[in-house]
Structures are given as structure tokens and as C-alpha cells.
Design a protein around this ligand. Structure first.
Ligand code: SF4
Length: 307
């Protein structure tokens, strides 16, 4: 059988927010949504690109000397600037950098190699925990995701996915049998508001939510809404989502996640602009409780608040 490769941008160990117990989370590269508040903006593009990490830089200038086409320059303060449109030999430049301050944002990896990497954490999974695939959107690479999940299940490792579900239905069907937990986002109910916030329609997302909530895995599904000021965190949106998902499956599990102001920190690395000039604060316990009450009064029986 041909080897199966996927593109990932991170493997994070000892995560505690990506499912039950201690987890190792694999971040798949590429996402069809462009949420204005995305936590992992380096994972949006499907293309590999070089990144510059200023904190690692010792300003030695080796990268500039190696640059043939002006893709790497230095300003008066000896800060490095990358122009990734220039046809540089980026591998060469990365090799010359003594501190890893210039590095690819992602890597291509063979599925068995990735399996071995995540299995190093198997001792931590014995009592609770496992592997979560996240992104980006893991279901943009359905064959790679399905094979990884199948192998993890063979080794009796608990599997979970974090997905926004904006993929063809067959991509969802391909991984469903191999999943123990499914965290699926439903960020905004109104289609026009969804387009404003994420640049894409939510019609297919709703279809796929219906698909998983009518599947035999429906009790393993947790529908999630991140509470983003000015975008998702309002009573009308929470009420509409609650009605929509309880109409499909009254026993559905629903979770609301508090806003994470730390997301803004990565934006300068990838040349994107964060949605807030003044970063809002996280919601208070009382505010989160209020959103949960809105969900419950619109039919949700099983609610979780991630504060
Ligand atoms: S080679 Fe690396 S450490 Fe040296 S200036 Fe370039 S980015 Fe900084």
C-alpha cells in the first residue's frame, strides 16, 4: 500500500482542553473558514510558508547574507523581515539560521511516523485521555485523518476530533466510525452573520451537524459555541443554536467556551490582522452563566460551560 502523508502544523502534548483527560493534540493544516478571531491563524492556509520568530532571533544576519532574491531583509534595529513571495531557497535559509528563528509553519508527515510520535505519550493515556485531531480543519485531509484514527483505535487509544464541519459529508462519514468524542463547532446560526465573521456560508455546516446528531455516534457529539464578543456572544445567537440542535436531537450535549484573548498574539507572525484593536476581556462567570441559561431556556438539557 502507498504511504499516506498529511500536513500538520503542531503536535501539542499534555493538553487538557481538547477532550477528556490528558491529551496529545495534532493540528492539521488548512481550514475553509477564516474566523476573524481564529486561535490558530497559522493553520488557516493550506500552503506551507516560512515564519519568523523574533524572540528566537539573535540578529546575526546570516539569513540576510544567504538570501538571493531579497526575501530576507534587516531593518536598522536588525529585526528580520520576510517576503515570502520571493523565490528563495527557504530550506537553505532555515538551515543557516543558528536558532531556528526562521522555520516552516508546518510539516508533511507519514501516518505511521505520526502514530509513533503520539504513541510516546501512551503511558499518560492509560487512565484517561488520548489523542485529539484538531486544526485548521482535520476533515480537509479525510483519508489521512481516518487512517490515523483507525490506528489509534487499534492501540486502544481514545480518539477525539475538533471540527468546524465545513467539508463534504463523505469526509465526515469517513472518520465517524473511528471517533470516541466529536467536538463540532456551531459558531453562528444566522447565515449572513456567519459569512461576515468567517467569510463562508454555514449551510453545509448545519447539514453536517444534522448528520452527526442523527448518527449512531450522536451521544458522543458535543456541539460547541465559542463566546466571541461582537460576533457569537449574544442571546439571539445562543438561543437560535440551542433551538436548532435540540430540534434535531433533544438530548444533545452543548458547550459554550469563554473568549480567549491570547489568540491575538500569533497574528503578527502570519501577517494577518486580528479582529479587535482593543482586545476584549474574557466573560465573567455570571455572563457565561447567563448564556448557559439562554441555551437551557431554549431546550438544551445537557450543558457545559468552559470558563
Ligand atoms: S539567521 Fe536566524 S538568528 Fe540570525 S538574524 Fe536570521 S533569523 Fe535571526
Amino acid at each position: 500500500m502507498d504511504k499516506l502523508y498529511g500536513t500538520i502544523f503542531d503536535v501539542r502534548r499534555f493538553a487538557t482542553h481538547d477532550g477528556d483527560g490528558i491529551r496529545t493534540t495534532v493540528f492539521f493544516k488548512g481550514c475553509p473558514l477564516e474566523c476573524a478571531w481564529c486561535h490558530n491563524p497559522e493553520g488557516i492556509s493550506t500552503k506551507r510558508r516560512p515564519l519568523y520568530f523574533p524572540k528566537k532571533c539573535i540578529h546575526c544576519g546570516s539569513c540576510v547574507a544567504e538570501s538571493e532574491f531579497g526575501g530576507v531583509t534587516m531593518d536598522k534595529e536588525r529585526n528580520v523581515h520576510l517576503d515570502i513571495t520571493k523565490p528563495e531557497d527557504w530550506d537553505n535559509i532555515m538551515e543557516i539560521c543558528p536558532t531556528g528563528a526562521i522555520a516552516w509553519d508546518s510539516r508533511k508527515i507519514e501516518v505511521n511516523e505520526l502514530l509513533e510520535e503520539v504513541r510516546k505519550d501512551e503511558p499518560f493515556f492509560k487512565y484517561s485521555g488520548g489523542v485529539t485531531i484538531s486544526g485548521g480543519e482535520p476533515l480537509l485531509q479525510p483519508l489521512f485523518a481516518a487512517e490515523l484514527l483507525l490506528l489509534l483505535q487499534y492501540y486502544k487509544i481514545h480518539t477525539a476530533i475538533e471540527t468546524a464541519l465545513l467539508v463534504p459529508n463523505e469526509n465526515v462519514a469517513a472518520v465517524l466510525p473511528y471517533l470516541d468524542s466529536i467536538f463540532a463547532d456551531c459558531k453562528i446560526f444566522d447565515e449572513q452573520e456567519h459569512i461576515r465573521a468567517t467569510k463562508v456560508s454555514n449551510v453545509r455546516i448545519k447539514e453536517n451537524i444534522e448528520f452527526i446528531l442523527t448518527s449512531e455516534k450522536r451521544d458522543k457529539v458535543i456541539i460547541r459555541t465559542p463566546m466571541i464578543p461582537e460576533y457569537t456572544a449574544n442571546d439571539e445567537n445562543v438561543a437560535a443554536i440551542a433551538k436548532f440542535i435540540t430540534n434535531i436531537y433533544p438530548e444533545v450535549h452543548y458547550e459554550i467556551l469563554n473568549y480567549n484573548p491570547l489568540a491575538s498574539a500569533k497574528y503578527h507572525l502570519v501577517g494577518r490582522e486580528y479582529c479587535f484593536k482593543e482586545n476584549p476581556k474574557r466573560f465573567t462567570k455570571e455572563q457565561m452563566k447567563h448564556f448557559a441559561e439562554i441555551a437551557v431556556s431554549n431546550g438544551i438539557k445537557n450543558i457545559n460551560i468552559d470558563e
